[in-house]
Design a protein around this ligand. Structure first.
Ligand SMILES: [Zn+2]
Length: 265
């Protein structure tokens, strides 16, 4: 459970009830056809249920920063950490799985010249709003919230279920992602294509995602499950390092493709 009461944001410069969101005006009408609303996994629902966060007052945003066209930043959010272990994954805690995946993916992206910001680098508690805050300050072109689950098969991609809205100067913190949902769907589409092309099973969904819902970037929750064949027979477990490496490689390749799409004139 997280509360924003009494928090001192940005070193106490701003009152705790006020959040400034940077309204970035680069929405393009690029709808990905992934509105297939599937049942969210237990992990995502747990996140939703735990989000008893008090609402914040919208504040006037400063002018949108000018982002150089060559700039491309990816935020990797290793979900859970510290006291929040997440789910139990075939003998390991989800928080360790997500951190390992984040580290692996960061390394792959860094080797390809992509700037990466991670929300945590160790087994620490990082509250959900702080994660979104870090992502928003990065002005990222892609934000992936990483999860693991024993349920289902392959990779589950979740986008916020909020209806798209035009960017506004007064962006409520809790629904800031609404102005980015269209881009998030496009990002999910690119991830989906790469995963399917590599032979992975992919499940697409829309749901309430507390961290993602406050992000002002193309944002997708990526939940990795064991790989199963058509007969539901287990092909690769989550603790299979080869499987982890394969998923990370596909996601890295997909983000390279996304960078190309983002930088198209
Ligand atoms: Zn999780």
């Amino acid at each position: 459970m997280t509360t924003l009461k009494g928090r001192s944001w940005y070193g106490g410069v701003l009152a705790p009830e006020v959040r400034y969101l940077s309204a970035r005006l680069e929405i393009r009408p690029n709808f990905a056809a992934i509105n297939q609303a599937l049942r969210p996994s237990r992990c995502i629902w747990v996140l939703t249920a735990c989000m008893g966060v008090s609402q914040l007052v919208a504040a006037q945003a400063p002018p949108a920063p000018v982002v150089p066209s060559s700039r491309f930043v990816v935020v990797l959010d290793a979900a859970h950490g510290g006291d929040d272990s997440g789910g139990r994954l075939n003998g390991q805690e989800e928080k360790a799985f997500t951190l390992a995946l984040s580290v692996r993916l960061r390394s792959l992206l860094g080797a390809r010249g992509i700037q990466v910001l991670t929300t945590r680098e160790s087994d620490t508690n990082v509250d959900l709003n702080r994660r979104a805050e870090m992502a928003n300050h990065a002005n990222a072109q892609a934000c992936l919230s990483l999860h693991g689950s024993e349920s289902g098969s392959g990779v589950h991609l979740f986008v916020s279920n909020m209806a798209p809205v035009q960017p506004v100067r007064l962006a409520p913190w809790k629904t800031a992602q609404a102005a980015w949902v269209t881009r998030s769907l496009a990002l999910a589409g690119t991830l989906n294509s790469a995963l399917l092309h590599a032979g992975m099973t992919v499940t697409l969904g829309r749901t309430t995602l507390p961290t993602v819902d406050s992000m002002t970037c193309p944002a997708v929750a990526v939940e990795i499950a064991p790989q199963r064949d058509a007969g539901k027979k287990l092909v690769a477990e989550l603790d299979d390092s080869g499987y982890q490496a394969r998923v990370a490689e596909i996601l890295a390749a997909a983000l390279l493709e996304w960078r190309t799409e983002v930088h198209q004139p």
